[in-house]
Design a protein around this ligand. Structure first.
Ligand SMILES: Nc1ncnc2c1ncn2[C@@H]1O[C@H](COP(=O)(O)OP(=O)(O)OP(=O)(O)O)[C@@H](O)[C@H]1O
Ligand SMILES: [Mg+2]
Length: 390
């Protein structure tokens, strides 16, 4: 199982410019999480801080009991081996063929024989759909293939945590879907913890188990996908709909005069950009490819989410329950309201053994870390997912 990453009060600035402050979240082991945020909100800085390439000013980032903010260089070097990183541009060496690019970390960090290296490299190239392309140079292949080669290279040291920066940059929508599928299939095969940084709405809505959003130098929210997909939080709703109307402006936050003007324009019938309809709601999550075993992380997540269900906003509860198969609803002892569009409310869901703690009225901020992870798994396990599962 992948490593859990516990981040508490993490703050990063460059000189006098604060990039984000007091970021607290837990990446549950083996689950796929995505961090959203407008350009320039510090998503890439966040990833770099997680692997210690940048040093946060304060806070903790704990992996396997080691706080990488304060640990020694030697410890940091060891912890870094747990990570596989797929940078925005694939970061391949232009003069090396794909084989040598993918073999690079093995030759640098291990004492494996060339025979063993060859076996691993070919296996990872095969896993990422690049079998037969090992002699190609990065300049001779498409952007999608370069991304996959970057992923193959990120996989060779058997990472427990995989960080991905903007997987869709430079890719068409179809290739973006293919690489997203690959992330889920790889997650199923190696059960690593994923964090994908992106501003692709489609990916955000269909791929990850958990979503977070950075804005105004803060983590606006982090939690199960259903919570953000149904959120009324203006920033989250605006972002997930790709709208002009809302607090996010051309470069950063909008002033109130601009907001008022845009609202008046919209009321006067001026198109808002973005998607035509409000796409709030829990769309089905992408599943692993046929023939790939189900994701252990998805199963764990379902148990985890069902344990915190009573703490989630009613509309998210409804979305979650409706996405379960009838067998899963029986297993978790929950049922959707008979009347369509009218969920019976928390009293229904409280039949499920709750983890305790107060039930917040609403979730305008991030979910408490102890509710987002560290939930012991239940014995046995739920029935297999249906198409709308997770
Ligand atoms: N090494 C650095 N030194 C100083 N400032 C930096 C450094 N790296 C990033 N920044 C600043 O931090 C801010 C956040 O940058 P970052 O690249 O993390 O944003 P992002 O959310 O990844 O944006 P995008 O979606 O465009 O990739 C920017 O204002 C950037 O100029
Ligand atoms: Mg970036």
């Amino acid at each position: 199982m992948g490593a859990e990453v516990v981040i508490e009060g993490l703050t990063k600035s460059f000189g006098r410019q604060t990039i984000w402050r007091d970021v607290t979240l837990t990446l549950p082991p083996g689950e796929v999480s995505a961090m959203l945020g407008p350009s320039g909100t510090g998503k890439s800085v966040f990833l770099k801080s997680m692997i210690g390439l940048l040093k946060p000013d304060r806070g903790r980032c704990v992996i396997n009991g080691v706080d990488i903010v304060t640990c020694s260089e030697h410890k940091l070097y060891e912890i870094r081996k747990l990570f596989g990183v797929l940078f925005q541009d694939g970061a391949l060496f232009g003069s090396m063929n794909l084989f040598d690019n993918v073999a690079f970390p093995l030759r640098e960090h291990t004492k494996k024989s060339e025979t063993e290296i060859r076996r691993i490299v070919l296996e990872k190239l095969d896993m990422t759909g690049l079998a037969g392309a090992e002699k190609k140079l990065p300049g001779e292949i498409s952007g999608g293939m370069r991304k996959r080669a970057g992923l193959a290279r990120a996989l060779v040291l058997d990472p427990e945590i995989i960080l991905v920066d903007e997987p869709d940059s430079g890719l068409d929508p179809v290739r973006t879907t293919y690489i997203s599928q690959l992330f889920l299939d790889v997650n199923a095969q190696i059960d690593a913890t994923f964090l994908i940084v992106s501003h692709n709405i489609n990916l955000a809505r269909t791929v990850p188990d958990n979503l977070g959003m950075l804005f105004r130098k803060e983590l606006v929210m982090f939690g199960p996908r259903e919570v953000l997909l149904t959120s009324e939080e203006p920033v989250v709703a605006q972002f997930l709909n790709g709208r002009k109307l809302g607090p996010i402006g051309m470069s950063e936050e909008k002033d109130s005069a601009t907001m008022a003007r845009e609202e008046a324009e919209a009321e006067a019938g001026h198109g808002d950009g973005g998607l035509n309809e409000d796409v709030r709601g829990v769309v089905p999550q992408m599943q692993v490819s046929p023939g790939v075993e189900e994701r252990a992380g998805a199963k764990r997540r379902m148990d985890r989410v069902m344990r915190i269900l009573h703490t989630l906003p009613p509309v998210a509860q409804e979305g979650i329950i409706e996405s379960l198969t009838p067998e899963q609803q029986r297993y978790y002892n929950v049922r959707p309201n008979a009347a369509p569009g009218q969920y019976a409310g928390p009293q229904e869901t409280q039949q499920f053994p709750a983890v305790g703690g107060p039930v917040p009225d609403q979730h305008q901020g991030q979910l408490p870390a102890d509710q987002v992870a560290r939930i012991p798994g239940t014995a046995g396990g739920p029935p297999r997912h249906g198409q709308g599962g997770a």
